[in-house]
Design a protein around this ligand. Sequence first.
Ligand SMILES: NC(=O)c1ccc[n+]([C@@H]2O[C@H](COP(=O)([O-])OP(=O)(O)OC[C@H]3O[C@@H](n4cnc5c(N)ncnc54)[C@H](OP(=O)(O)O)[C@@H]3O)[C@@H](O)[C@H]2O)c1
Length: 248
Amino acid sequence: MKTEISIKDSVALISGANRGIGKAITEELLNRGIKKVYAGARQLESLKALQEKYGARLKPLQLDVTNQESVDNAVKVASDATMLINNAGVMAHGGYKTENMLESIHLNMEVNVLGVIRLTQAALPNIENKPNATIATVSSVVGLGNMPMMNGYCTSKAAVHSMIQGLRGELQDSNVLVSGIYPGPIETDMAKGFEGIELDKPENLAKNVVSALEQGEEDIFPDVMSAQIKQVYGTTPKEVEKMFSTWK
Ligand SMILES: NC(=O)c1ccc[n+]([C@@H]2O[C@H](COP(=O)([O-])OP(=O)(O)OC[C@H]3O[C@@H](n4cnc5c(N)ncnc54)[C@H](OP(=O)(O)O)[C@@H]3O)[C@@H](O)[C@H]2O)c1
């Protein structure tokens, strides 16, 4: 069911709000008149510039998604947040032919997968049955097809994709909009070192994400490359696997 979301009537909690995609979404929500954003960051001082720019509508929140105590405290403080944006993530490389596949999987899973579960489970009681209830989680186009050069990261993002579907299924009789965000390559610290790939701007992604949430969209492909992948994946998922398999 399509649930349109009123940004102006929402209060959001976002993880990893201090830089990159999380910062861009935070700013877009504030620029569109959201009541308040609880901006989660591991280091509160990294939110100083945002706080100075937006004043009282931006509430800095200490949040490390790998730490249950930090998550529980954050959710307690942000108890009026009806929109959760699971954005925080890491990209550890590593594949079968490198020595650090297990190490890479552990780190990717700890932040990208277990972090999303921790925060979502903790925040859900604050969100369910509230107006404009939303849980949006950042996966990636590489969660839909594996790029071997970042095998362990892709594996974690595929798990995130499945978790989004599972959460949507569990909540299908509730009022919560459960959205998955599937970006292509975006110009952030995470994408430093991506060579020969065109990067879209986080600000463009943020505009498209917030518009899509307003429209109640479940599957959000918010940038130039992901819009192309959406077309291919929609008709021939195997083709996405083939396209990405050449990135070694
Ligand atoms: N950039 C891309 O091309 C791209 C494409 C598809 C999907 N994504 C996804 O988009 C999301 C944001 O990535 P980005 O590109 O903005 O990366 P980024 O610039 O590296 O930012 C990552 C953010 O996650 C935070 N973070 C990392 N570990 C954390 C933890 N344990 N607890 C709380 N916060 C933590 C970081 O905080 P610190 O500053 O404290 O490190 C930072 O705010 C990630 O989920 C990523 O996988 C990115």
